[in-house]
Design a protein around this ligand. Sequence first.
Ligand code: ATP
Ligand code: MG
Length: 392
Amino acid sequence: MYYKSFLIKYAEIAIKGKNRYLFENALIKQIKIALDDVEGDFYIRKEQGRIYVDAQGGYDYDDAVDALRHVFGIVGICPLVQLADNGFSVLAEDVAGYLDRVYPDKHFTFKVNARRARKDYPMESMEINAALGEKLLEAFPDLSVDVHHPDVTLCVEIRDQINVYSEVIKGPGGMPVGTNGKAMLLLSGGIDSPVAGYMIAKRGVSIDAVYFHAPPYTSERAKQKVIDLAKIISAYTGPICLHIVNFTEIQLAIYDRCPHAELTIIMRRYMMKIAEYFAKESGCLGLITGESIGQVASQTMQSLAATNEVCTIPVYRPLIGFDKQEIVEISEKIRTYETSILPYEDCCTIFVAKHPVTKPSLNVIHKDEMKLSDQIDHMVSEAIETAEKVYV
Ligand code: ATP
Ligand code: MG
């Protein structure tokens, strides 16, 4: 591989003043985690407010770029050539060699964007731009200069070494995971919740997850699907501890004793309570769901209020104002869509009412939940105690 290094560009985190180094260190940590599974050894270094990834020997370029494109906090990935400073004429030759190698077809416009970060270099930035531009035009007559809208901006940074790059591969943006605490994602097998987890992780939040299943009404395949979804989003979020909760007893009890129109709401309230238990246990500062106003009966304003009432920590609903199509687009982009649409049963769809309430009254819900009071505490404890933890 021609490129031995990448220059990592990060924007949002650069403006965080004194906290900057915390953000950079978190970013470096996430880059390390992301590159762990890529063939090759990588050394990541922070130097003069920049982060470099250096490959130590051979590596898989496409996999490395793909891994870096999953690291929140990165806005640009620049495949980089580093040159020693052997004077300007050698630099000009090397840069011409770079251009020749990276752009076999020379029919394009370019400009040189030099930056003299080391002030003892004998030429000023503008001088380097002009002189280098001229040398390149001499070497490749098909090239032309366009300083306003060039096809290629050739960046030349004069530091202890000289950085040459011209390609910026878009990163996912956001903030490095781990800079904004941790939250517990209610992860179902659907389209929405993986997207919700992705969006909160993008703001720097680490994620753990909880999935409620109802064996034997739901299958092993449905469970495996959720584990697979957790794996896909873990490429962005880093490692996830997924709590798998057996919800069958609770669901059957609600089904037997409560009005069917309220099944989903009451069930959701117990899901939230149990999720909150695991959240507190592992230091999470909030819950995350894939809910969006009005999407289904259990997501009207009244239903969301009823669900929310049982929570004592904040519930983050990043999709609250999104249309389904917008959510689908993100799920396609993050590659969860194909898995989400696999047709395995969800625990909520099995015990679903024909005519669910769309405007639940809290008083009525409280009264109907009393019908569970002799056994529900025990069932909740049991569900918590028997939960399985899967690390992905
Ligand atoms: P999704 O596509 O995320 O399943 P949905 O449109 O199917 O969402 P609901 O089934 O009403 O909507 O679920 C709303 C939210 O409740 C989900 O986004 C998820 O956060 C949580 N949730 C629902 N079912 C489960 C489950 N079995 N395990 C964990 N969380 C769940
Ligand atoms: Mg669902």
